[in-house]
Design a protein around this ligand. Sequence first.
Ligand code: B1M
Length: 211
Amino acid sequence: MAGILETIKESIIKGDAKTAKEKVEAAIKENIPVADILNQGLIAGMEVVGAKFKANEFYVPEVLIAARAMNQSMAILEPYIVQAGIKPLAKVAIGTVKGDLHDIGKNLVVMMWKGAGFQVEDLGIDVPPEKFVEAVKNGAQVLGLSALLTTTMVAMKDVIEALKNAGLRDQVKVVIGGAPVTQNYADEIGADGYAPDAASAVDKVKSLLAV
Ligand code: B1M
């Protein structure tokens, strides 16, 4: 089992989408737990990519190719993550905030929330505050905001302001996350919750909604 997960991890690092997808399919057939495929294969690979990018060993093209391999592999895994979901526990919406194009972490939260049984509206990337407001008007009980840049995390505050201006702040719980985001920042901008990773994002929403 460790061998196939290691191959998945290495394929992500190399940006070899074909092998990554084949091995994810093989791992599913071998009944390797989906959480292990995700955490020890895909996420572990992306973590190495992040470290190499930071150390200037990888540049944007390598990172993009790795991200594509990750996203394509996640698409195969998604139905298996979602399988556990029965009836939606609640309606939630999520997006990466305005100015920010990172979506790998956000997509993980989407999958985890779906897997936990939430009905998830994925608003995508570079989402302006008005779109988040619209999602609440359409019934979202929770808004998830993701940001990966210190320059875009400030847009989370704009979303909360827009909700207040629309008179909707009391109708929705706002959960924030992403690498530069902290609990202190959540407190500072008046978000209802912060989650450091996709798995904790599930617990956070469940505790906020008491479901
Ligand atoms: Co970007 N990038 N990037 N990048 N990129 C970072 C974030 C960076 C830290 C790299 C670095 O310099 N070390 C740096 C930010 C520095 C900063 O602001 N402090 C950076 C930069 C500078 C940039 C550009 C400005 C580079 C440039 O053009 N010069 C540019 C900005 C573009 C833009 O957004 N406007 C840019 C572009 C890109 C790519 C397009 C090439 C690509 C994104 C591809 C894509 O997403 N489709 C990319 C990538 C891949 C990265 C790194 C390498 C990896 C990010 C990632 O996907 N991680 C990243 C370095 C790093 O993180 N070490 C980096 C894996 C993912 C699973 O983790 O998204 O953190 P993450 O999600 C986690 C948690 O944060 C959490 O759950 C996940 C784990 O379970 N989480 C939530 C996330 N959202 C959540 C929401 C929640 C709860 C939890 O509730 C709602």
